[in-house]
Structures are given as C-alpha cells and as structure tokens.
Design a protein around this ligand. Structure first.
Ligand SMILES: [Zn+2]
Length: 498
C-alpha cells in the first residue's frame, strides 16, 4: 500500500489534466479501433486521477463531415437523424467499456457552431484568412485536397484506394498555413508541443521541412450539401470540416460559451490520436490556434492502426470487428486487457479473436484469476483474519517504474510489470507451501501461516491498485474481496474459456 505521507504529497499537487480522444466521424458504427483509442485515453485519465490530478476526458462526434451526408443519403434519412443515431453508439460503446467521458461534444450542436465561428473570426481578424479560386483533387474519405505527387499511380489517395478523387474548382477561403511553418517547427523540435513517440515527431518535422502550403478552409454550400458550420458573414460557404472538428476540443470546454470553464481546462494536456490524422493535429491545429492567439495543446500521443486477422478492416471485406461483440462474450476488462497488452501503443498491430481468447486464458484466467482465487481459498481454509495494520504500508517497489512507463504511454510494458509481480507472488506461495502448514500442529510451524497469508494478501491489494487504470472492474472486485477482515473465496474472476 502507498504510505500515507507520500500519498498526501501526491494529492497536494492537484494539477489539472485535460485529455481528448480524436473526434470520430460518425458515418458508421464504431469499430474495434475506436475501442483501442477510447481505452488508451481512459487509462491515462485514471492514472492521472490516481496521482491526485483533477482530470477531464473529452470525446465527441465529428458530425459536419460530407461522409455523414453521404451515409444518410444511402440510408434514406436526414443527416441530422444519422448523426443523432450514430453518435449514441459511440457513447454507448464507451459506457460498455467502463470509460468515463466527462464531455461528449457533438459537432452539430449550436454552441459548437458559434464557437467555431469565433475561432474563424479571430484568425480572420489577424489577416490569416483570404479568398482564392482553387482547383484541386479532393478525397471525400479523407476530407482533404491532395497534390498529384501525394497519390498512388492510379491517382487515388493511399487511405482510400479504389475511390477516385473529385476534381473541384471553386472560390474558397484559404488559411495562411505557410506563415506558421517555422514557428510550428520550433515548437515541435523543442517539445513545447510534445509528440509521442519520437518517430512520429520526426515524421512531422519531415513534413514541415518539405514546406507548408496554404489550405482551403471552406467550401460552397453546394459542395457541402448545405451541411456544416456556416462561414461568418458569408452565407454561401461552409467551413472545411477539419477547421471545425479540431475546435471540438475547445468548444467542448466552453470556448466562447463558458469562459470560466475554458480558462480552467484549456489548453489540452494531451490529444490521443491515430497515425492517419497526425498532420491535422501537429500542424493545422497549432497553426489555427497560433493565428487566433490562443494557447496550444501540450502534447499529442499517436497510436498505430491495426489489421484484423492480418487484413485491413473494411466494409467490403466484411471484417469490421464490432467491439461490443467482444464485450458481450468476454467482458469489458478482457477486451481492455487484450487491447492494452497485445497491441503496441505506438506501432501497427493485429487484432484477432483467437489471440484474445489465448491471452484471456493464459494471463487473466490462469495468471491473475488463479492467484486471486488461490489466495482467497487459502485464507478461507486457514480461518485467516486480517488485522487492520498501519505498519505494513510501504511504497510499492515497482511503482516508480510503473509511473514512468505510464507517463510515456507504454501501457503494454506497465502491464508486464504487474504480471511479473503476479508471477512472483505465485512463486512465493509455491515455495512457502502454506497448505502444508495447515496440516502441521501449530507448535511445529517454522513460520506462522498468518504472516505468509498477510504478505500474499498485501501483494494482491497492491496488484489491484496498480490494475485500476487498466482493468477498473476487476480491480474493484479484488479490492472488495480482499479488504474484508474475513477473506472468502468467490466465483472465479475470469472463468476459463474452453
Ligand atoms: Zn482518402
């Protein structure tokens, strides 16, 4: 257990920590990739709570995208109906995974619209928005114009092969992105805008070295299908979707609607995103904020993508993995554990149900679950009574290492540390053989069984504490079982899957 003094010191620091997930498009129901990002962000939040920080976790729905308009047309409903329906699915997924979103900010809300117009006006006032006729190739999937040299040999974008780009020519508003190139380069280079991991930081610096071009930040109502945030003082244009989508991070904490709340939480301490949208978060977003003379986020954590059973997830392949299926079948903590321990936080990975079941049986049923029920059973058989003691409180040996790993978002390595501890306690029990002591007359005991069980119970309480950010439900169950005076065995935490 943590000793009381150091825990008080931790409590006293009371920093605020504001984390965001990326804001998903809601043109379809969430897939298992969304679950990964939500879970990662939730671990970070819970970890900061354990440090005594005041935390805020925001997610939301990018509802102003053309993809939503197209999806609604396909389903024969209005765009508003589509985003209402699908946004709920993302919130529901988070709940099922025990993820505590404090704010879920929707792009179609009135306050978000006016907040984004405010951001636009600030950039405009500083002379960074101008009008120009533009001809370019647009990928609706990415919501992005591409240069010819950024496309594959067939002239398609790399994220959406097989989908021809639209050639668009119209008068739009442009943002002077080029003006901020040097400033952003310096900020990233000096880690004032810190990018995790390092190789992603280098990727962005490489992108910046190539030079930045000004970007179109609006489109005609016609092309926008009359959907999205209206450009201030120009009823003929809607904002480019990324301009408003990024601002969800601000509008959700009251930018232009609740100054007190905004002052308290902004800037974000961490944006959690996938590798495909790094340019928007590490280049466009800081540029918009610099232009508007607003504080910049402090850090961006970039995770990879994963395939499902070795193949890219796609609707046409029919292999889009629905995280709710896995929650139903194996429980929220099992999916959380799999995503956090088996998918690298930084590199691309592969998701497979077969592997999930393997890991469930080896690590959760055999490793953690077995230790917990073994010790509980021993306590029960030995009539062990826990004495509330103040002397056995000491800082956990691995805690510093655990904390360092979590501060660098190395979730899988932090979990490894916990599982090493589980193995150590298992070994300790195997060596001390308390079940044999149960048969020995009390006078002949080389070591009282109580002290062995006390140690094991103490270790399990520590394990429960370390597990909390990762497996909150399991951690709670273990704590409830092991903080009682009389420890009883219960149903297995993770029944073996045949
Ligand atoms: Zn694309």
């Amino acid at each position: 257990m943590f000793d009381n003094t150091s825990f008080d010191t931790i409590q006293a620091r009371m920093n605020k920590f504001y984390i965001t997930t990326a804001i998903p498009y809601v043109n379809a129901k969430p897939h298992v990739g969304h679950a990964l990002e939500f879970v990662q962000a939730d671990v970070i939040k819970r970890f900061h709570q354990s440090l005594g920080d005041e935390t805020l976790l925001l997610s939301g729905a990018d509802e102003n995208s053309l993809k939503n308009v197209q999806a609604a047309q396909t389903e024969g409903i209005t765009t508003q109906q589509l985003v209402d329906k699908n946004s709920k699915l993302f919130e529901a997924l988070a709940k099922k995974l025990n993820i505590q979103f404090d704010i879920f900010q929707r792009g179609s809300s009135i306050e978000h619209h006016s907040s984004s117009q405010k951001l636009w006006e600030l950039c405009f006032k500083n002379g960074d928005i101008y009008k120009k006729t533009y001809t370019g190739l647009y990928c609706v999937g990415c919501e992005l114009f591409y240069e010819k040299n950024e496309l594959n040999e067939k002239g398609e974008c790399f994220e959406h092969p097989g989908k021809p780009l639209e050639e668009v020519s119209e008068e739009n508003y442009f943002f002077k992105l080029s003006k901020y190139q040097n400033q952003i380069q310096k900020l990233i280079d000096k880690d004032e805008l810190k990018i995790y991991p390092d190789f992603r930081k280098n990727e962005v610096l490489g992108l910046l070295k190539e030079g930045l071009q000004d970007i179109s930040i609006s489109r005609s109502n016609k092309r926008a299908k009359n959907w999205g945030v209206e450009v201030p003082n120009d009823k003929t244009q809607k904002m480019y979707v990324w301009f408003d989508a990024l601002n969800i991070y601000q509008s959700g904490v009251g930018f232009d609607s609740n100054q007190k709340q905004y002052k308290k939480w902004w800037p974000a301490d961490l944006h959690v995103i996938g590798k495909g949208i790094i340019r928007f978060h590490a280049v466009y977003w800081p540029a918009f904020l610099l232009s508007a003379k607003l504080p910049l986020p402090k850090a961006v954590f970039v995770h990879g993508y994963f395939t499902v059973d070795g193949q890219k997830m796609s609707k046409s392949l029919g292999n889009v993995a629905d995280p709710l299926d896995f929650v139903e079948k194996y429980g929220a903590d099992s999916l959380r554990y799999y995503l956090l321990s088996q998918i690298s936080p930084f590199q691309d990975g592969d998701f497979s149900e077969k592997k999930l079941v393997e890991v469930y049986n080896s690590d959760l049923a055999n490793g953690l679950g077995n230790l917990v029920s073994r010790v509980a059973k021993l306590c029960e058989n030995a009539n062990f009574r826990q004495t509330p003691s103040e002397n056995n409180h000491h800082l956990i040996g691995i805690y510093d290492e655990y904390k360092r790993l979590l501060e660098e978002y190395r979730f899988n390595e932090a979990l490894n540390l916990i599982w090493e501890k589980i193995a150590k306690v298992d070994k300790y029990i195997n060596e001390e053989k308390p079940w044999e002591l149960l048969k020995t007359p009390a006078g002949n005991l080389k070591r009282p069984i109580n002290s062995i069980l006390e140690h094991a119970v103490d270790q399990i309480e520590e394990i429960a504490l370390l597990l909390e950010p990762f497996l909150p439900e399991t951690s709670k169950k273990i704590k409830e079982q092991f903080t009682k005076t009389e420890i009883k065995s219960t149903n297995p935490l993770f029944p073996r899957i045949p």
